[in-house]
Design a protein around this ligand. Structure first.
Ligand code: ASP
Length: 312
């Protein structure tokens, strides 16, 4: 039994581990852990008070995958609800679908009785957003940004590839050996409205298969979509590679991407035996894990496979 998470999952990993200690399922552990990150207003990359899109609206993406059945659920561009991971789980368990986005996701969240959070942003976070648009826009322009027909240009100006991203990853394996992966994010800060990253895309930011292991990503989501990173990593294990070799191959696939918009990528993964690993394209990144007999999580450095950034 084990819980593995990106380092910003620290606030939720003990609660997730406690679910496993009590004999609960990997799916419950992942949801409980991620909900605590989503509720944390200090984390500007996930859930409540996450950085908004270019219009100043918080749009959340999340996914969950059950490695026992390969059942999955995901939501994209969800507005007005804190717990995207719970709505993703409801998609998995209550609908014959895998992914709901936008108005349909909001409608379904309401139908399932999730509490509405009418103001997803604290005032100081709204100010950070407005400040990103200055000095290129004055206050009146910022106020009227929703009316613009040239948003693509402003997304380019407001985007900081090194600074404005983040996501939480949780992977749990329960007493029955079942694996579940969950991912939740407010996405890329100042993104174009409706942009989805890798987090709600099964196979890109999230994949779990009890037979081999599981993987989840944070970082430049477009890269993980293009390389199908989470699925590739698990597939490499299926083809007989060790966990470390599979992580390395998945990172090399990302490094080998052509074109523009190449930035930081990170992943966490486990194999079916519960061995864990964290990889990153840059130095100084860590991940955490906890087993039921550990009183608290341990933080480990990620193995670095450098990916030279290329932008614009
Ligand atoms: N992967 C997330 C996304 O692209 C953001 C991140 O993890 O930094 O939406």
């Amino acid at each position: 039994m084990i819980v593995v998470a990106s380092s910003n999952g620290r606030i939720g990993i003990e609660a997730a581990t406690q679910i496993l200690r009590q004999g609960g399922t990997a799916v419950d552990a992942v949801e409980v852990g991620i909900r605590l990150v989503e509720a944390n207003p200090e984390d500007h990359t996930v859930g409540y008070n996450g950085y908004p899109n270019i219009l100043g609206e918080v749009e959340l993406d999340a996914s969950v995958m059950n490695g026992r059945t390969l059942e999955s659920g995901a939501v994209g561009a969800l507005k007005g609800y804190t717990h995207a991971i719970t709505v993703a789980r409801q998609v998995m368990e209550k609908l014959p679908h895998v992914l709901l986005v936008g108005d349909g996701a909001n409608r379904f969240a309401a139908e399932m009785g999730n509490p509405v959070q009418p103001e997803m942003l604290l005032p100081e976070t709204r100010t950070v957003w407005a400040n990103r648009l200055r000095p290129d826009m004055n206050d009146a322009d910022i106020e009227a940004i929703a009316e613009r027909t040239d948003l693509a240009r402003w997304v380019e100006l407001a985007t900081d590839p090194e600074r404005a991203k983040g996501t939480v990853n949780f992977i749990a394996q329960d007493k029955d050996g079942n694996i579940c992966t969950g991912v939740s994010t407010s996405g890329w800060a100042w993104k174009y409205p409706g942009r989805l990253g890798d987090s709600p895309i099964i196979g890109a930011g999230n994949y779990a298969d009890n037979r081999y292991g599981a993987a989840a990503c944070t970082g430049m989501g477009e890269m993980a979509i293009r390389a199908s990173t989470a699925h590739s990593l698990v597939f490499y294990m299926k083809m007989g590679l060790s966990l470390a070799e599979a992580c390395e191959r998945a990172m090399i696939d990302l490094r080998d991407l052509g074109g523009r918009f190449i930035s930081v990528m990170n992943l966490v993964a486990i194999d079916k035996a519960g061995n864990h690993a964290g990889f990153s394209s840059v130095n100084g990144r860590s991940y955490i894990y906890q087993t039921p007999n550990m009183p608290e999580c341990e933080e480990l450095p990620r193995t670095v496979i450098p990916i030279p950034p290329r932008w614009g």
